[in-house]
Design a protein around this ligand. Structure first.
Ligand code: ADP
Length: 302
């Protein structure tokens, strides 16, 4: 049995088709990433899987249980950390945790070992109101609350959005440890570096899954030559490169432009010359290996 089985799932809000027929499976103990931009349908998918909303069509099972028929059982065995802050702002750190433990008929002590690493960092502030915590601390408390009943499957909706880089790194370290405890983790993130830390990822856009594979597998499937260039005036360079007749795609990535050429062109010499004629000076293109975002952009174009 799989930890999660989703078949032909659809969900519409009035006019918006948030999920347009999504199917995938997650193995037990897997760290599975759902990667996509805002509005892709990630939260809708999480809400269906955690039994908070019904799909219009299709079927979703968590640990073999149906999200509609067996919603009560599912609620006992999943942990959910929603994207937007889910804690009781007026309750203290400790009161929030006690609340979640009580709801699930357990105690903080019973599963303390699961949350110890994270919780001990916020324990010195246990009498502070949740609303008064920093972003990183709120995230740690929210994760502690989602874990306190030792769920079999943990759903984390953009857990690191708006969290500082050090806390993000710690957080992923934590997830690796939870995985060792045998907990299945489904996590969404807009950060491509985090996508690389998952066992497998689903790339989702506009309610459809474009690809599912290991991050390395997705990168291996990228079959275009990809170049990187840099110039003095990046804004104007982007505009000019897009106007060049041989350009297939060009977008800004960090401090450089990533480019593919029409017809799988073997050399970027023509474009370099064009850029020079346009007054960008000597531009040197460097062939690079695609990253997940490049793969995403390419799939979006299809
Ligand atoms: P994501 O989590 O990837 O940002 P969502 O699942 O939140 O995506 O949203 C998918 C689409 O559904 C978006 O276009 C969003 O505006 C729309 N949507 C989400 N929730 C509602 C709602 N309660 N009512 C109407 N439209 C919604």
């Amino acid at each position: 049995m799989k930890a999660i089985e989703v078949k032909g799932l659809k969900k519409k809000y009035r006019k918006t088709e948030a999920i347009k027929g999504v199917s995938f499976e997650v193995d037990k103990g897997e760290l599975f990433g759902i990667i996509g931009p805002d509005g892709a349908g990630k939260t809708t998918l999480f809400r269906i899987l955690t039994t908070l909303i019904y799909p219009d069509e299709g079927e979703a099972r968590v640990e073999g249980l149906d999200t509609i028929k067996d919603y009560k059982e599912i609620r006992h065995i999943v942990g959910y950390m929603p994207g937007r802050f889910s804690l009781y702002q007026d309750l203290s750190v400790e009161e929030n945790l006690t609340f979640f433990a009580t709801v699930f008929n357990t105690t903080i002590e019973e599963n303390y070992h699961l949350i110890e690493d994270i919780y001990k960092q916020i324990e010195p502030f246990k009498r502070r109101k949740a609303g008064k915590l920093s972003g990183g601390m709120k995230q740690k408390l929210a994760l502690s609350c989602a874990l306190i009943h030792k769920p079999k499957v943990l759903f984390l909706d953009e857990p690191t959005t708006g969290v500082d880089p050090v806390s993000r790194k710690e957080f992923w370290g934590m997830l690796k440890k939870l995985k060792k405890e045998g907990i299945t983790i489904v996590v969404s993130t807009p950060y491509m570096d985090e996508a690389m830390l998952c066992d497998r990822i689903a790339l989702i856009s506009e309610g459809e899954i474009m690809k599912i594979n290991s991050p390395e597998g997705i990168i291996d499937e990228y079959d275009s030559r990809l170049w990187k260039i840099r110039g003095e005036d990046m804004h104007r360079l982007l505009k000019d490169v897009r106007e060049y007749e041989g350009t297939e795609s060009c977008y800004a990535f960090g401090d450089s432009l990533h480019i593919t050429l029409k017809g799988g062109e073997e050399s970027i010499g023509g474009l370099e010359k064009f850029a020079e004629e346009k007054g960008h000076g000597k531009i040197r293109g460097e062939e690079i290996r695609a990253n997940i975002e490049d793969c995403f952009m390419k799939l979006m174009k299809k």
